[in-house]
Design a protein around this ligand. Structure first.
Ligand SMILES: [Zn+2]
Ligand SMILES: [Zn+2]
Length: 243
C-alpha cells in the first residue's frame, strides 16, 4: 500500500514538475532514479585502459607514465596515485556542475554510488585507511552551503565502509582561480594552501583524498603535501571525473 502511494506521488510530481536529464535536457521518465537519461548515463566513460600509473591521466600513445610523471619526476609528488571514476565528458561534466551549483544531496548520493561501483577496478587504492575530502576555503563553503567533495566522501564512506574525515585538513589560503595558470603555476598556487589542523587523525594513516574533478592534480598535491608533512603514511586520491 505504501509502495502504491509512493508511485502515485511520483506520478503526480512528474506531471507538475517534469524532471529533465542534467546533460541533454530531455525529459526523464516519471520513475527514473538517475538524474541522467539512459543514453547520457551510458555515455559516462571510465578512463583507460591506458592511463598514467601515477596521475591517472589518459595516455594517447601508450607507455606507463604521462610526460609530467616520467622518470624521477614521479617521485617528487606527495600524492602517489590519482584515479578517477570517469573521464570528463558532457555527461560527467553536467553532473559535476550540477553538484556544485544545485541539488547537492540527491546528486551526491547518485555520484558517490557510481564512484563506489568503479572503486573496485583500482586495487591500488585498496590500502586506504580513511577518506579525506578536499576542503573548501571557509568563505566559499559558507556561500555554497556545503562542500561537494565532502558529500561525495560521505556517500562513498557509507558504501565502502571506510571512515570519512572532513575536519583534519583545512584550506588556509584562498587561492586564485586556476583556469589561467599552467601546470607549474597551479602547483605553486596550491602549495601551502592547505594545513592539517588535527595531525593525530592522519598520522601513520594511508589517506585517500576525495574530490569531484582532477585536472592537473595541483589541488590534490597541495593537500598531499600538508598531509605528508603531518605524518600521513601515504596519500592517494580518487575523484569523480578526470579532465
Ligand atoms: Zn540525457
Ligand atoms: Zn602522470
Amino acid at each position: 500500500m505504501k509502495h502504491a502511494w509512493s508511485r502515485l506521488v511520483k506520478l503526480f510530481l512528474h506531471f507538475w514538475f517534469p524532471r529533465t536529464c542534467f546533460a541533454c535536457g530531455r525529459d526523464l521518465k516519471w520513475n527514473a532514479t538517475a538524474p541522467l537519461c539512459p543514453a547520457c548515463e551510458a555515455a559516462l566513460a571510465v578512463p583507460g585502459p591506458l592511463i598514467c600509473r601515477r596521475c591517472g591521466a589518459v595516455l594517447k600513445s601508450g607507455g606507463a607514465h604521462c610526460y609530467a610523471c616520467r622518470g624521477s619526476q614521479a617521485r617528487q609528488y606527495k600524492c602517489r596515485i590519482i584515479r578517477s571514476a570517469f573521464v570528463f565528458n558532457p555527461s560527467s561534466r553536467a553532473l559535476v556542475h550540477a553538484l556544485k551549483y544545485a541539488r547537492a544531496d540527491y546528486l551526491a548520493r547518485y555520484m558517490g554510488t557510481l564512484m563506489e561501483r568503479q572503486f573496485a577496478q583500482y586495487p591500488e587504492l585498496a590500502e586506504a585507511d580513511i577518506l579525506v575530502p578536499v576542503p573548501l576555503f571557509p568563505k566559499r563553503g559558507r556561500k555554497r552551503g556545503y562542500n561537494q567533495s565532502e558529500l561525495l566522501a560521505r556517500q562513498l564512506s557509507r558504501q565502502i565502509g571506510l571512515p570519512a574525515n572532513a575536519t583534519a585538513l583545512a584550506r588556509v589560503r584562498n587561492t586564485v582561480s586556476q583556469t589561467t595558470l599552467g601546470r607549474q603555476g597551479r602547483l605553486q598556487n596550491m602549495s601551502g594552501a592547505f594545513a592539517v589542523v588535527r595531525p593525530h587523525e592522519v598520522r601513520g594513516k594511508t589517506v585517500l583524498l576525495i574530490d569531484d574533478v582532477a585536472t592537473t592534480g595541483a589541488t590534490l598535491e597541495g593537500c598531499a603535501q600538508a598531509l605528508a608533512a603531518a605524518g600521513a603514511k601515504k596519500v592517494l586520491a580518487y575523484t569523480f571525473a578526470r579532465e
